[in-house]
Design a protein around this ligand. Structure first.
Ligand SMILES: *Cc1c(COP(=O)(O)O)cnc(C)c1O
Length: 469
């Protein structure tokens, strides 16, 4: 064994102890760690001939890199839709690394990590009150979950025309309807050989909405005269957290044959609260659902899962099986995740989720979801009352979409946001909504409290004064 490696092995207790202390310090100071970094770094470090050992590498990390780490898992990072990590999820994540299992087969490969993943999916179905008729698995993010789901949808579409796209390639145009698909779904259409432009944009409901106009969808369906199609719907759009009407879509499902996908990356967690569960009524009838765990479930990156109805199992295997590797066995007899999703070798991504679900239970997640929405509404109240700002859309759940008041201030939106983010006290992201420049604040972090809203409001008022808006 190489000398430095041997020394590290002998010193593992001390090394991990130092990392643990550092972790505790970071987590305990998240409140004051800046939410943005003005530092930059060079990226052309030479690789040394002789290794430094873990502790010297840690020293260099602490000098050069750690000072640039931002508080994105902290309470005032409201950009994109960014969750933090619950204590239990960190436990699970550390142990995932320590145990370093390759989560594939249930039988044959020796370990039980695939069973842990299956158990975790069952726990998630209970959290979200979804039926066991879904089979699920973990992937890196909602993008890959959309990819996995839409890949099976693509295979389904081919089968309706008597074709096997997985084997022979996509030989026919695929009909896809969606009103406000997330950019990642469009990227998936490109990755799947369907074409990012090859979907039909359905109208949204009249007024300030991003949700699908079901009557317009039905007009488009009628025009197909019985040909197959795929519908991509949203459980919370990123701008305004708007939900498509799943009860109405399910009515269409009784009349027409189609693949119904729901991107519920963060909106799916509405199901955790009796107050907001109605937003996803009917979603159990979808063919596939995408849900992110590194957002509202508050587990570390990377973590998401797909749910695909078990009745589509064969289509899923046709899409993802490793058919030219006989040592992997018959995918129907020997269940292995590697025949159901894009990756082969896989981290035990389920473990942080398993820990967090066991640690906090249904009530813990109901509290996180309701707290996020309460805080979004408090922030909404500030935006509504302060004459410098106006809402771009009503706050339907946990995302507040707003801008500076008045058309004349449109040109100042970017500069306001830059000043805001430069304070390092809060972070929000820009958007364009109905042709107006705006700002999004998304509340999903379990740590965010009323005190944070007060800090954010004060910072925003100061910048308004400073910029004389
Ligand atoms: C965040 C998000 C995605 C993409 O998720 P990643 O985890 O970043 O891959 C897809 N859809 C919706 C609605 C999202 O909010």
């Amino acid at each position: 064994m190489n000398n430095t490696l041997q020394q590290d092995l002998n010193n593992i207790e001390n090394i991990l102890e130092q990392v643990k202390q550092q972790g505790i310090e970071f987590l305990n100071s998240l409140d004051s760690v800046p939410t943005s970094s003005s530092n930059s770094m060079t990226t052309d470090r030479n690789l040394n001939q002789t290794g430094l050992g873990s502790l010297s590498a840690l020293d260099e990390f602490n000098q050069r890199l750690a000072p640039m780490m931002i508080a994105s898992p902290g309470p005032r990072y409201l950009g994109f839709v960014t969750g933090g990590s619950t204590p239990a999820s960190i436990v699970g994540d550390w142990l995932t690394t320590i145990y370093d299992q390759n989560t594939q087969a249930v039988k044959a490969q020796g370990g039980v990590s695939a069973l842990i993943e299956i158990e975790t999916i069952n726990l998630l179905l209970q959290l979200l009150d979804l039926p066991k008729s879904f089979l699920g698995g973990f992937v890196t993010g909602a993008t890959m979950s959309n990819f996995t789901s839409l890949a099976v949808a693509r295979q389904w579409f081919g089968k309706q025309l008597g074709k096997d796209f997985a084997k022979n390639g996509v030989s026919e145009p695929i009909t896809i309807f969606s009103a406000t698909p997330h950019s990642s779904s469009i990227k998936c259409l490109s990755m799947l050989g369907i074409g990012s432009q090859n979907f039909t944009k359905i109208k949204t409901i009249e007024g300030n909405r991003e949700a699908i106009d079901v009557a317009d969808l039905e007009r488009n369906i009628e025009a197909l005269s019985g040909k197959p199609f795929i519908v991509i719907t949203s459980a919370a759009t990123v701008n305004t957290a708007d939900f498509d009407d799943f009860v109405a879509i399910n009515e269409l499902k009784k009349k027409y044959t189609f693949w119904w996908h729901i991107d519920a990356a963060f909106g799916g967690f509405a199901a955790c609260s009796p107050k907001y569960k109605h937003l996803v009524n009917g979603w159990e009838n979808a063919d596939s659902i995408t849900i992110d765990c590194h957002k509202w479930l508050n587990v570390p990156y990377e973590s998401a899962f797909y749910l695909i109805k078990e009745e589509h199992k064969i289509l899923q295997i046709e899409t993802f099986q490793n058919s030219n590797a006989p040592y992997l066995g018959d995918p129907l007899e020997n269940f292995s995740f590697l025949n159901f999703l894009p990756e082969n070798s896989r981290r035990l991504k389920a473990l942080p989720v398993w820990f967090s679900l066991l640690a906090y239970g249904k009530e813990g997640y109901q509290d996180i979801v309701e707290n996020s929405v309460d805080l979004a509404l408090q922030f909404d109240a500030f935006i509504t009352e302060n004459e410098s700002f106006e809402l771009l859309a009503p706050t339907r759940l946990n995302n507040v979409c707003f801008t500076l008041s008045g058309e004349l201030n449109q040109e100042k939106v970017n500069s306001f946001l830059t000043h805001l983010n430069d304070t390092g006290k809060v972070f929000m992201t820009p958007t364009v909504y109905q042709n107006r420049k705006g700002i999004r604040a998304s509340f999903v972090n379990w740590r965010t409290s009323e005190k944070d809203i007060e800090i954010i409001i004060e910072v925003m008022k100061n910048i308004i004064d400073e910029l004389k808006i």
